[in-house]
Design a protein around this ligand. Structure first.
Ligand code: NAD
Ligand code: TDX
Length: 345
């Protein structure tokens, strides 16, 4: 029986990976190691919590002793590292936690994995390592030009993974996914944030002119992409995971409002995110060669079905928008909204 350690498995994408694979692969053991930060949520794993091939350990990937013990206790074969601080705006306000988890944490995980002699290490990275792509499409060999503390810390983590492969021969693969959407995403990210704010008739703070472009990948497609790379990726290689569905933030906001039947005058053009990347776009051919294709269409049912999920699952997100979130909202948005241009301008 194989055992897969899923770090950060209580977050948005990691939990989707666990929910999918625990049920589909009853012959494989899945161990989630998660620190349960503000973004970690055991409600994301309720669907599998009673399954015999699912196990949960609360712990920090930067704590090498905890990682070593978990690898040994469960006789882990494969590590899939989702654990990260993942929100760009928070990395601008408070970068320390990003360096600690996304760089030091990856280092501790690599050291423990090397010592334990695991079979394969899968690093979940992001399109943001390429930085702003004014035109064309990033390929896996392009230079890293990260612009935020978040993307710089993810690039640092990735480079360590590469170094452990080259120097120590650790079997590693890396995925670079694009902007991911779907159920159970913490409501600080654009789609769940704007959906839940619009449901309450609150203003939607669109940064700058709202014409920044992102590539919208459904979480189920992202999970299948990571699974494909884990199972069939060549050791030492990185793979872009792109939906090739580029939309401006303004278009995304309009889709959300249309689905909810809410008015466009909820939109506020607020001062831009510092260092805001204008466009991300990747070439997906390398992963296509492994047989993967995206199945969801964002502007088809992808966005609308996701918006409806939030509309129907207030039990999940409403508690998350109290306490810590209120403090973050105040810090991130209060001054911006006060400086907003009036609707329609
Ligand atoms: P998330 O913020 O929803 O979840 C992160 C999880 O990691 C949480 O459960 C949190 O508790 C856990 N965690 C944080 N620090 C930890 C630590 N030190 N030790 C153990 N656990 C810790 O993030 P997500 O959106 O699910 O992203 C998962 C991964 O995918 C990240 O590595 C992110 O960089 C990458 N990624 C995300 C997107 C996206 O659009 N969300 C796109 C591409 C890549
Ligand atoms: O209030 C907002 N207003 C706004 O205009 C928020 C939260 C976002 N935006 C804009 C900024 C971005 O151009 O919307 C776009 C999407 O923003 P986020 O949801 O914060 O995502 P992004 O910064 O693009 O990064 C995401 O995709 C890549 C994830 O958060 C990362 O973890 C992933 O690596």
């Amino acid at each position: 029986m194989k055992t897969i350690l899923v770090t950060g498995g209580a977050g948005f994408i990691g939990s989707a990976f666990v929910r999918e694979l625990v049920l589909r692969q009853p012959e494989t053991n899945f161990v989630v190691l998660d620190r349960l930060t503000y973004a970690g949520n055991l409600n994301n794993l309720l669907a599998v919590s009673d399954e015999p091939n699912y196990h949960f350990v609360r712990g920090d990937i930067a704590d090498e002793a905890v990682v070593q013990q978990t690898l040994a206790t469960y006789e882990v074969d494969i590590v899939v590292n989702f654990a990260a601080e993942s929100h760009v705006d928070r990395s601008i306000l408070a970068p320390g936690a990003f360096i600690q988890t996304d760089v030091v944490g990856v280092y501790a995980l690599l050291e423990a994995s090397l010592a334990a002699g695991i079979e394969r290490f899968v690093q979940v990275s992001t399109d943001e390592v390429y930085g702003d792509v004014a035109e064309g499409y990033s390929t896996e060999d392009d230079a890293f030009l990260p612009n935020s503390p978040y993307s710089a810390s993810k690039a640092g983590g990735e480079l360590l993974v590469r170094a452990y492969h080259v120097t120590h021969g650790l079997d590693c693969v890396i995925t670079r996914g694009s902007n991911t959407y779907g159920p159970y995403q913490y409501p600080e990210k654009l789609l769940p944030f704007f959906t839940t704010e619009a449901m309450d008739g609150r203003p939607l703070p669109l940064y700058g002119d709202g014409l920044q472009v992102r590539d919208w990948l459904h979480v189920e497609d992202h999970v299948r992409g990571i699974q494909t790379v884990m199972e069939r990726g060549a050791s030492g290689e990185a793979y872009n995971i792109t939906a090739e569905q580029l939309h401006t933030n303004r278009e995304v906001t309009q889709l959300i409002l249309r689905t909810l039947g809410r008015p466009a005058d909820l939109i506020r053009h607020v001062p831009d995110r510092e260092g805001h990347d204008r466009r991300y776009a990747m070439d997906g051919r390398k992963l296509h060669d492994l047989g993967w294709r995206p199945q969801h269409v964002f502007a088809g049912d992808g966005c609308a079905a996701t918006v409806r999920w939030y509309a129907e699952n207030e039990w999940w997100w409403r508690p998350l928008k109290s306490g810590e979130f209120k403090q973050y909202y105040q810090e991130q948005y209060a001054a911006r909204l006060a400086a907003a241009k009036p609707p329609g301008s």
